[in-house]
Design a protein around this ligand. Structure first.
Ligand code: C2E
Ligand code: MG
Ligand code: MG
Ligand code: MG
Length: 282
């Protein structure tokens, strides 16, 4: 009996694997098509300082023709594994820079910076720096308005190559932010080696900051570290007034989260004039 059950579960496992493999190759095909047919668009989530809009983060959205909205949390990891993140990432950068140029021409939006998520594979390309420079030339974007978000895992190997890449772009005015800080290989000793200007505290540490002493301790430590390295800090995923109050008490000055705004269309970002973004009261 045990043997039979074992065989059944192997067969079950096989068919499940087949289904998964099918789904994955379907997703790969769909992503290829999405790139060709421009099924992606970007939304922009406000980053707030002293109740004013000071920047936005570009976040990709995929409207699948059959399945509807598919979250980047689902398709971005897959695009990374399959290599499709390269054309997708190229598109995101171009789109975000094109949008930034439009905002640059608007008196009220001129100071706005735009953060763009860069994936590991994208950053690891030998010609990454050239691609970014090419994109800046083609769009005419002010490099000082462009911020690239990297993650901790990307700063591990080959420190010299990474530093050289960042350095070249920094010379042109581009700035770097370290996303999801605290979730990766937080060997703190490496931070000062790279030309970073900002850390983003991952939302898992912001969550229930007011009542969770563990998160409060971590956030306090991140803010102290950032202060000593003269890095800006953005708290991600701020959802409640209580979290905001606690963050301010700990000395954090930049905020991003549903308490202020969800990710918005470019038109809605312009509609935020006169650039005041108090926390929502509901
Ligand atoms: P991320 O870069 O850490 O982006 C922040 C995520 O938190 C976004 O999810 C945003 O919508 C969400 N968020 C913002 N405020 C709140 C809040 O108050 N509460 C909660 N619960 N969530 C909040 P999204 O747009 O689903 O993106 C998920 C992840 O997908 C991003 O995390 C990023 O790693 C990746 N991603 C998104 N767009 C791109 C892209 O253009 N390129 C690459 N390589 N990755 C991207
Ligand atoms: Mg990000
Ligand atoms: Mg993040
Ligand atoms: Mg995240």
């Amino acid at each position: 009996r045990a043997k039979a059950a074992g065989r059944n579960s192997v067969e079950f496992f096989d068919s499940r694997m087949q289904t998964l493999a099918k789904q994955r190759s379907q997703l790969a095909q769909d992503l290829h098509q999405a790139i060709r047919q421009q099924q992606f668009h970007l939304l922009y989530q406000p980053i707030v300082k002293e109740q004013k809009l000071c920047g936005v983060e570009a976040l990709i959205r995929w409207q699948h023709p059959v399945q509807g909205f598919i979250s980047p949390g689902v398709f971005i990891p897959f695009a990374e594994q399959s290599g499709l993140i390269i054309p997708i990432g190229d598109w995101v950068l171009k789109q975000a820079c094109t949008q930034l140029v439009q905002w640059q021409n608007d008196q009220h939006m001129r100071q706005l910076s735009c953060s763009v998520n860069i994936s590991a594979l994208q950053f690891a390309q030998d010609n990454f720096v050239e691609k970014v420079m090419q994109c800046m030339l083609e769009t005419g974007v002010n490099p000082e308005r462009l911020k690239l978000e990297l993650t901790e895992g990307m700063l591990i190997d080959d420190v010299e190559t990474i530093r050289a890449k960042m350095g070249k772009l920094q010379t042109l005015g581009v700035t770097f932010s370290l996303d999801d800080f605290g979730t990766g290989y937080s060997s703190l000793s490496y931070l000062h080696r790279f030309p970073l200007s900002q850390l983003k505290i991952d939302q898992q540490f912001v969550r229930n900051l007011d009542t969770n002493p563990h998160n409060k301790a971590i956030t306090r430590a991140i803010l102290a570290l950032a202060a000593s390295l003269e890095l800006e800090v953005v708290a991600e995923g701020v959802e409640t007034q209580a979290e905001l109050t606690q963050l301010k008490a700990l000395g954090c000055e930049l905020f991003q989260g549903f308490l202020f705004s969800k990710p918005l269309s470019p038109e809605a970002i312009v509609g935020l004039e006169p650039q005041s973004l108090p926390p929502r009261k509901d």
